[in-house]
Design a binder for this molecule. Structure first.
Ligand SMILES: *Cc1c(COP(=O)(O)O)cnc(C)c1O
Length: 402
């Protein structure tokens, strides 16, 4: 990446996010081509980074969208992802969301419980629409990732067990308002081991074969997302091996493979750039305080997640410190016990791997406006989201002051 962070800081102020769109293209093409001639759909998990220009970029590449709220469905539609490439997932869909999703005619709804299936059936009946259904199966496999981003164990709230899934498909088959269309699993995020994916896909593909034997034929096999990226020194799953092991399990089935990557497509496209305000020493602990904070980039505070950080100056004198923001929480840090050079006011700090689950988790805590987002493509930068102003932050409250 040859982005000149300093130039962007002068042009757009700090903090900001910049996303390398060419990297997103490269990641998309790598994954898409690993499925080779097989019918496949790469449905981008919009929650990773839902900036409209990011989704648009993926739409142009031919991606579909995996959405976890009706708002995300509408974002995808707005930038031209066709309804037939949009999937609606999530453990707690609201009635109004189900209704709207059915009306919009998306590819399918990933249902996560029998109670939800009943709701969908009821709503479809009221609308006199046939709902295309995919059931999210929880294969009870440990994905060997961080417990907060593990989803494929029965102790997690996601999906249903095999027997429940089978019953739900039979209910679909017997209903005038439900059409069994696909099957879904998603065992976790930031996966770096292939084995748990293979095991899960095998379990779920066996169910697909069992269903076919009772004349329930599914058209889509959705393996979920979760492919990891390098934050630090992780060893990654090879996308060709990934695709190959999935296709092996599906041998003999006429079924389209769907995958729903979020982090893999956008995570390493993004850099969060912030500016040094001050250094201080408390006792013998050194702190470098920057203008970005946990409200802008929450992952270190939320998951103790590692992000590589780099001070963009030429100083060679490195010392241990905590890199922290101005928010009034001790949890407001980007890195702890990290070796950073001596800094000066206005030095820039780059926080890498910030394209996924960073801006989308941002809040206005401490009445801080959300920062600017910038796209970098073909050697050129452009603003894709304006920095929020004080007026933006208070806009929905102001008229109610008594
Ligand atoms: C979050 C999520 C994804 C994307 O996960 P990544 O780790 O970003 O690839 C895919 N599918 C579902 C159902 C999800 O909830």
């Amino acid at each position: 990446m040859s982005i000149n962070f300093k130039e962007l800081a002068n042009k757009y102020q700090t903090p900001y996010y910049v996303y390398d769109f060419d990297h997103i293209t490269k990641q998309y093409n790598e994954l898409k081509s690993s499925f080779k001639a097989r019918k496949s759909l790469v449905a981008y998990a919009v929650k990773a980074n839902s900036n409209l220009s990011v989704i648009k970029h993926l739409a142009n590449l031919g991606a579909g969208a995996d959405c976890v709220s009706i708002g995300e469905v509408k974002r995808a539609l707005k930038v031209g992802i066709p309804a037939y490439r949009i999937i609606f997932s999530g453990v707690g869909k609201i009635d109004s969301e189900i209704k709207e999703a059915l009306t919009l005619g998306i590819l399918m709804i990933n249902v996560e419980s029998d109670a939800e299936l009943n709701r969908v059936e009821q709503i479809a009946k009221e609308l006199d629409i046939v709902a295309r259904i995919s059931v999210r199966v929880n294969p009870n496999i440990d994905p060997k990732t961080h417990p907060y981003i593990s989803t494929g164990l029965h102790e997690n709230k996601f999906g249903v067990d095999i027997d429940t899934a089978k019953r739900m498909y039979i209910q679909c088959k017997n209903s005038d308002y439900l059409e069994p269309r696909g099957i879904h699993l998603h065992i976790g995020s930031q996966l770096t081991q292939l084995e748990p994916i293979k095991e899960s896909v095998k379990i779920v593909s066996d169910l697909v074969k069992n269903l076919a034997a009772i004349k329930i034929e599914l058209s889509f096999f959705d393996v979920g997302g979760g492919l990891g990226i390098i934050y630090d020194d992780e060893k990654l799953i090879d996308t060709n091996e990934y695709a190959q092991s999935i296709l092996e399990c599906l041998f003999g089935l006429d079924i389209t493979v769907v995958c729903e990557p979020g982090r893999f497509l956008v995570g390493n496209s993004g850099v969060f750039v912030t500016k040094v305000l001050y250094e201080k020493v408390n006792g013998n602990k050194r702190f470098v305080i920057v203008d970005g904070a946990m409200n802008d980039l929450l992952r270190p505070s939320l998951y103790n997640a590692y992000h590589k950080v780099e001070v963009l100056n030429d100083n060679q004198e490195f010392n241990d410190c905590n890199l922290v923001g101005p928010v009034c929480e001790s949890g407001d840090f980007f890195a702890k016990d990290v070796q950073l050079p001596k800094t000066q006011h206005d030095d820039l700090v780059a926080i890498y791997s910030a394209g996924a689950y960073c801006f989308t988790m941002a809040s206005n805590y401490n009445t801080r406006g959300k920062v600017a987002e910038i796209a970098y493509e073909d050697g050129k930068d452009r603003l894709i989201r304006k920095r929020e102003t004080f007026e933006d932050i208070i806009a929905l409250e102001e008229e109610y002051i008594k």
